[in-house]
Design a protein around this ligand. Sequence first.
Ligand SMILES: Nc1ncnc2c1ncn2[C@@H]1O[C@H](COP(=O)(O)OP(=O)(O)OP(=O)(O)O)[C@@H](O)[C@H]1O
Ligand SMILES: [Mg+2]
Length: 288
Amino acid sequence: MTDQAFKLRELISENAPEKINFGDARIIAVSSGKGGVGKTNLTVNLGIALSKMDHKVTIIDADLGLANIDILLGLVPRYTLTHVLKMEKKLSEVLVEGPNGISIVSGGSGVMDMVNLSTDELSRLVESLESINNESDYILIDTGAGLNNSVLSFIKASQELIVVVTSDPTSITDAYALIKNIGELDVNIKVVVNRIESNKEGLDVFTKLNTATSKFLGVEMESIGYIYEDHNVKKSVKKQVPFLIGFPNTLASRGVELVAENLVRNSTYTQQSGGFSTFIKKIFKGKN
Ligand SMILES: Nc1ncnc2c1ncn2[C@@H]1O[C@H](COP(=O)(O)OP(=O)(O)OP(=O)(O)O)[C@@H](O)[C@H]1O
Ligand SMILES: [Mg+2]
């Protein structure tokens, strides 16, 4: 066991469940193999759709790329989780209120440094994240694309995963590669097919991916919806107003609302106790 893992285990056992009132937020990573397929737009608008259904939502921007959540929402968060870890700010100062009362947390570069934290920093991280857990029904994590360690550890630590894919063949093969690297999760991996021209196209893309993962990896996927190619998405990105707010009746909004309904109804979700404590443990387990 590494020093880091040992410290973490000690820390978590000190903070046993009887001391912390664990919430039961569903922690869902939103990811993709290929970049630019619509993860950030889905995460933000799904968050809004869930909050319109009266669920409390927190979004964690764990993508260090350029096209991030702040830009999409026209927000300028001055502080990130990195400031919390360095004790420069409290979590309440880092949380930014987004549309419809959703809370946004920017990961900042701290996301990458999560393996090398001191015991004090770990302690602060667990405490901060526990408080998010207690105040949310859904925590959506935009992990960014690809196969790097930060993306993989966020996915493995989350209870659930939504993979975003388009009909672009490289998006499908890259999604397959991502799933191959994750291996099996506790619940089925959920798939959203974005930018479809017809429902048939959505079904075809899902079937292609699911056939490959079940045949070669033994991983069964679950389709939770398709989102149409919609010119209002680009407009809403330009205006920095999420399409679910700027264009509530456009096709893409309808698609995201169906995804939200499917997610809420989702029967394969198994309630896990432990919430963020489990999440953090898994992040560090993945690093050993
Ligand atoms: N349903 C859609 N219809 C039309 N255009 C879309 C749709 N979804 C996404 N787009 C376009 O794709 C662009 C990229 O979307 P987004 O930033 O959400 O992708 P991403 O997967 O988060 O990218 P990155 O991997 O760079 O983080 C958007 O700016 C928009 O122009
Ligand atoms: Mg993005």
